[in-house]
Write a protein that binds this ligand. Structure first.
Ligand SMILES: [Zn+2]
Length: 446
């Protein structure tokens, strides 16, 4: 495939393979934009122009199709040319040229108008490999064509992950595909009961579970040891080295990847892992001659191999837990910084109002207090939303202050209303309530 644009180059003479061989000689494959200073050249060689974009298959080429087509051509070249009616030979000269000019018009993007020209799969690969893995997951589950494309291109997931998260994130352990890895990171829902809001992935078990399922699926080390028995009931608890483990604290909360190293913490295993391992142990025991040197060596290797895999998994799980912790910390500090920027922005804007609202007045406004708890960068829209509210609230606060100042000293409510007001964050509420109901604010009531 020629992967160049806006260039014209000459194809060397070659053996004719078309029905009208003269076209194949010294043909100019012209990918240059029409018009401009060089248009003269296009005019010169017009009759030999081969519009590259019109070569069959260039638009609808699918992955894997190329080799299949080539082999078909090789097997029966005459038949395939006859049937395919390649545009190079079959299309008449004038329409071909017209098509060519039409093709070169840039695609116009208009709202509400569906593009007639599709995007090549190669382009999709590039676009998607720079997309957020979380978005890829969404597309995979909601768009049928994306599902197939993402399923058939595992490298896309890796590219997307590395592009988005860099090398801080560990590679998936053996046995976990890039898609599964992405699904564990960004997916939703308990993988056992399907509870939709579950987000927590237990990396030690490579599973996302809700709390209830975790509690029913895992068993403590003590119970697991009781189950780890050979075919004759002998204790084979040493094979627990082949089990992925997590840790519970003394309240039964999951704290991380196992095994536990202190008394206060308890090692846990997945019940299904324990059952599977015991079954495998029994099966292998039945197939082997016991009490021979060879069998003993085999068991050692069997366990070592499994233990190594578990160790790899635990290493990976630890790294993922650290990575998640890092993300959380980064997010928290990011939110704090955003809230601070919001505060400063609103203060500055309020001071520029006519009349300006001072910092003290602003801080007394409930709308402002609510606005600065939002972890988002401020902008003119957020200010436009906030402005009318704080203007109103500041005016109300000012009116309330004036009223309190003009009130006779004996009617002071400072002992009652002020502390209450500052507690609920709405200092104006009570006096205003009184005014609305036509009563003086708490005069002589207490
Ligand atoms: Zn569940």
């Amino acid at each position: 495939m020629v992967n160049a644009k806006y260039v014209a180059f000459t194809v060397n003479k070659q053996t004719p393979f078309l029905q009208t061989p003269d076209q194949a000689y010294a043909t100019v494959i012209n990918c240059r934009r029409p018009g401009g200073k060089r248009a003269g050249l296009a005019h010169e060689v017009r009759s030999h122009n081969v519009p590259l974009a019109m070569v069959e298959g260039s638009l609808k080429r699918k992955r894997g199709d190329e080799s299949r087509k080539d082999s078909e051509h090789a097997a029966n070249p005459a038949a395939s040319f006859g049937n395919d009616a390649t545009p190079l030979t079959a299309a008449p000269a004038r329409p071909l040229l017209n098509q060519q000019w039409q093709q070169r018009k840039p695609t116009r993007l208009r709202r509400g108008k569906i593009l007639s020209k599709g995007v090549d799969l190669d382009c999709w690969f590039i676009i998607l490999s720079y997309s957020d893995p979380a978005q890829l997951l969404e597309m995979r589950s909601k768009i049928a064509s994306c599902y197939r494309f993402l399923r058939d291109n595992p490298m896309l997931w890796k590219h997307s992950r590395v592009y988005y998260y860099g090398t801080d994130m560990p590679d998936p352990p053996p046995g976990l595909t890039e898609f599964q890895f992405a699904h564990l990171r960004h997916g939703h829902g308990c993988m056992d009961c399907g509870a939709p809001n579950t987000r927590k992935t237990f990396w030690a078990f490579l599973r996302r579970m809700c709390k209830d399922c975790l509690n029913t699926q895992v068993i403590r080390e003590y119970d697991a040891v009781a189950q780890l028995r050979g075919p004759n009931g002998e204790d084979v608890s040493y094979i627990r080295a082949a089990l992925p483990s997590g840790i519970f604290d003394s309240w039964g909360n999951f704290v991380g990847v196992g095994p536990a190293s202190t008394h206060a913490l308890k090692t846990i295993y997945l019940r299904s892992d324990v059952q599977k391992l015991v079954a495998e142990f029994h099966k292998e025991s039945n197939e082997r001659d016991p009490n021979t040197e060879e069998t003993a060596t085999w068991w050692t290797e069997w366990l070592a191999d499994k233990a190594k895999k578990v160790e790899e998994r635990q290493m990976f799980a630890k790294k993922m837990e650290q990575w998640e912790e890092m993300q959380r910390t980064a997010r928290t500090s990011d939110y704090t910084a955003k809230k601070l920027r919001r505060k400063n922005f609103f203060k500055e804007k309020a001071s520029q109002l006519d009349p300006p609202i001072s910092i003290k007045e602003l801080e007394a406004c409930p709308a402002y207090k609510r606005a600065i708890t939002i972890p988002k960068d401020p902008n003119s829209t957020s200010w436009d939303l906030l402005k009318p509210k704080i203007v109103k609230e500041a005016a109300e606060n000012a009116a309330k202050r004036n009223m309190e100042e003009s009130r006779p000293a004996t009617a002071s409510t400072s002992g009652i209303s002020t502390p209450t007001g500052s507690l609920d964050g709405y200092p104006h509420t009570q006096p205003y309530l009184g005014m609305i109901m036509g009563m003086p604010p708490h005069n002589g009531m207490y």
